[in-house]
Write a protein that binds this ligand. Sequence first.
Ligand code: PLP
Length: 428
Amino acid sequence: MNHERSSFLFQQAKAAIPGGVNSPVRAFKSVGADPLFIKKGSGSHIYDEDGNSFIDYVGSWGPMIAGHCHLDVIRAVQETMTSGASFGAPTVLETTLAGMVIDAVPSIEMVRMVSSGTEATMSAIRLARGYTGRDKIIKFSGCYHGHADSLLVKAGSGAATFGVPDSPGVPAEVARLTLTAEYNSLDSVRKLIAENSGAIACIIVEPVAGNMGTVPPREGFLEGLREICTNEGIILIFDEVMSGFRVAYGGAQELYGITPDMTTLGKIIGGGLPVGAFGGRREIMEKLSPSGGVYQAGTLSGNPLAMAAGIATLNIIKQPGFYEALAEKGQRVAEGIAKAARDAGYPIYSTRVGSMFCAFFSKGEVFDWPTASQCDTAAFSKYFLAMLNEGIYLAPSQFETAFISAAHSEDDIEKTIAAAAKCFKLIA
Ligand SMILES: *Cc1c(COP(=O)(O)O)cnc(C)c1O
C-alpha cells in the first residue's frame, strides 16, 4: 500500500504544526509510522490522500456512531448554515438538544453546552468544587478526562502511549489536589477518602473506561462509588464523553442502572462537530453562572451547526433496536478477532461493551491501568501496521477503544476478521 502523498503532506504539516498534528495520538508515533492524511469518509469507510480505502474503527475517536456523511446530518448542517453559523445569542436548537439530552440521560435535569469534552470535564469539576466548597478531586489511573491541568494526571490514552503521565506545565500545586485511585478498586478509593476526610469535592470516573483500551467496570464498582459518594457528600461525576449515547442511548448510567450526580458528554452529541456538555441535578446546575456564582462561558457554546448535527445524530440513534443491532455487530467483530488470534496461536484478552471493544495484547485479564500497561505494545504495533496494510484502520495505540458504527456491514465485519486472521499469523 502506497503512503507517499500522506508522508509528503506530513512533512509539510510538521513545518507548520507542532509534530504535524493538532492532537498527539494522531501522529502514529507509538506505532512508528507516519499518519495517513484523510481525504474523505463515507459510511464505514475512510479514504486517504493516496487513494487507499479503509474500514474505519476509529470513527473520529467515537463521534461517528451513524457512520461518515450520514445524509440526515449533512442536510441538517447545510440547512442551518444557510441561516447563519453563529450569533452568540440564544437559539431554539440549544433548547431542543438540551431537552433530548435530559430525556435520554437519567442523571441530567439541566445541561450546559460547551465546545469540547475537555471543557465539559473542566467545568464540571469547577462546579463540583464550587458546590461543595472543597478543593480535592479523585480520578482513576488510566482514565482520561481531557487535558485540563487538574485532570492531566495519570491520564491513559495519548499520555499513556508517550509515557508522560504528568505533563510539563502543570503546576505541582494544581496536580497535588488531584488524588489518583485504581480503576475497579473501591479499597483504593476508601483509603484516599480516609486520608483526606471532608476535603474531596468529587470523584470523576469513566463508567466504562475507554482510554486505556476498553475496560468495563467490575460488578459492584460503580454501585460502590455511588454509595461512598452519598455517604461522604462527594459529587459523583460520570465522564460519559465517550460512553454517552454509545453503550446505550442513556449512556453507561442507563446500562448499569447507577445514577451519578453529574455527567459530562461530548463526541456523539456533536455528530462530528465540536461539542461537549455537562449536566446533573438541578440543585447543583443552578449554582452555575448566571443563575449562580460559578463562572463558565463560551463564545461558540451551543453553536447552531453543532447543535443541528447533534440533534440529527440523536434522531438517528434513538430509533428502537438501534443499540441491539450495534451491539450484535460489536460482538461479531470482537469475537471474530479474538478467535482469529486464538487460531493463530497468539491469544489476546478481548473486551467489549456494546459497540466499544479492544484486543489487549495480554495473556492475563486487564481490569485497571497496571494490568493494561503490561500489554505487549511492540506486538500491537506490528499488528496495527499489518491491519492497516489490509485496509483496516484501527486506532494507532494499544490503549484506545475500537468503535463500530451503524454503517458497518456484514461484509466489512467478515473482511476485518479475515484480515485479523492473516495479521495474527504474521506476528505469532
Ligand atoms: C475524548 C474524551 C474527553 C475529551 O474530549 P475532547 O473533546 O477531546 O476534549 C474527555 N473524557 C473522555 C472520557 C473522553 O473519551
